[in-house]
Ligand binder design. Structure first.
Ligand code: GLY
Length: 375
């Protein structure tokens, strides 16, 4: 079953490359991708999928495409184009670092290091966090952190490992600490965002942007927490991050509906037509597979998380995938980007496709994606 799903993903990715050469998928409201230039936070997932396909098939078309796309990432960084945000890890890990991991592409490694420096520009010393959105001093966003950033800081941990420059690690660890302390709640759920006073970092309160309401648990945010804290554990070996990841995963699993695939927010009322976010479940599956690499055999969470991954991946493959629908561009249906904002509810999400394929390859081949170098 997993192999069939992987082969379907490989074929669809190959077809997309042929139909839309050197273009990147954008989110639309039309249950299809719109193909255009690289100008968002999401392009890395497409390039990452292409690297996953290359690792699985060794078909040079995938490698040549992913390497050619690197020019775009390079130009974007040189021109500082659409990079005024913290999603630099999402962009440069599955593209630039991936090229180094898979193909020993030296230019990719240099590019990933430059991207880490760019992410460092968002460090706010006064508050000891990485500012998510907006420019420094921005009235609305100046004191804002968001849970998604836990997936961006691996770029800094990695840069520290490469260079020995302590500043990358100091920033990554301080940000992880802030996120653990303020974005995670006592019942193991999470805020999407938290605000601090920009001048002195005094905490103000939690909120949301893409979730249902300020105190709700946005399912994708919870999934970013699972995977992000698990990766902080991988890099730092600080057990509190592993514990946070496990607790976030248990919360996620305990609040799933019967078919084991998340709705877009855990606190939204479930009615006919309430959108799912299949991408949250694909991310959570990868996060749990990462956690499973670190748990001792006798840890009771091992069985729980193994079972949870299997159930949600079976559901994604059987009920959400586009297997057998050759003309579809996406891999899993029913993702949701920003439901209250009316953008992409119930649609393909390129990160959903990426993490779905990463989970399938983790399950079958032990290929763990591009968030760290393999030892
Ligand atoms: N990082 C933005 C999102 O998950 O929608």
């Amino acid at each position: 079953m997993w192999e069939q799903a992987i082969m379907d993903a490989v074929e669809k990715t190959k077809r997309n490359i042929g139909l839309f050469p050197m273009k990147f998928p954008h989110i639309t409201a039309e249950k299809r991708y719109e193909w255009g230039e690289s100008n968002d936070w999401i392009e890395g997932f497409y390039t990452g999928m292409i690297w996953l396909c290359y690792e699985y098939t060794k078909d040079p078309l995938f490698r040549d495409t992913a390497i050619a796309q690197l020019e775009d990432y390079k130009a974007r960084l040189e021109e500082k184009r659409h990079l005024d945000h913290h999603d630099i890890g999402f962009l440069y890990l599955p593209s630039a670092l991936a090229s180094w991991i898979v193909d020993e592409h030296k230019e990719g490694k240099q590019l990933a290091l430059k991207a880490a420096d760019h992410l460092m520009l968002r460090w706010r010393e006064e508050g000891q966090y990485i500012q998510a959105w907006g420019r420094k001093g921005d009235e609305k966003n100046g004191g804002r952190i968001i849970i998604d950033c836990m997936m961006n800081i691996p770029l800094l941990y990695w840069a520290y490992d490469q260079t020995g420059d302590e500043s990358y690690k100091r920033v990554a660890v301080a940000h992880a600490e802030k996120s653990r302390r303020y974005l995670m709640r006592g019942d193991d759920s999470s805020y999407h965002t938290f605000y601090f006073q920009p001048s002195d970092g005094k905490p103000i309160g939690g909120g949301t942007h893409q979730g249902y309401h300020d105190g709700s648990t946005w399912t994708r945010g919870q999934a970013w927490a699972i995977y992000g804290f698990a990766l902080s554990y991988r890099y730092t070996r600080d057990l509190k991050y592993l514990e946070t990841a496990v607790r976030a995963a248990r919360y996620f699993n305990e609040h799933l509906p019967e078919d084991h695939v998340a709705y877009w927010d855990f606190d939204v009322s479930i009615e006919a037509g309430t959108p799912r976010d299949s991408s949250a479940s694909a991310i959570a599956a990868c996060g749990m597979l990462e956690i499973l690499e670190h748990l001792e055999e006798e840890d009771g969470n091992k069985g729980l998380l193994t079972d949870a991954v299997e159930k949600s991946m079976i559901s994604l493959v059987n009920h959400y995938s586009t297997i057998g629908e050759a003309a579809e561009e996406g891999l899993i249906k029913h993702g949701s980007y920003y439901v209250r904002g009316g953008i992409g509810p119930d649609d393909y999400m390129i990160w959903g496709d990426y993490y779905y394929l990463e989970a399938l390859l983790r399950l079958t081949e032990g290929i763990p994606g591009y968030w760290y170098e393999r030892g």
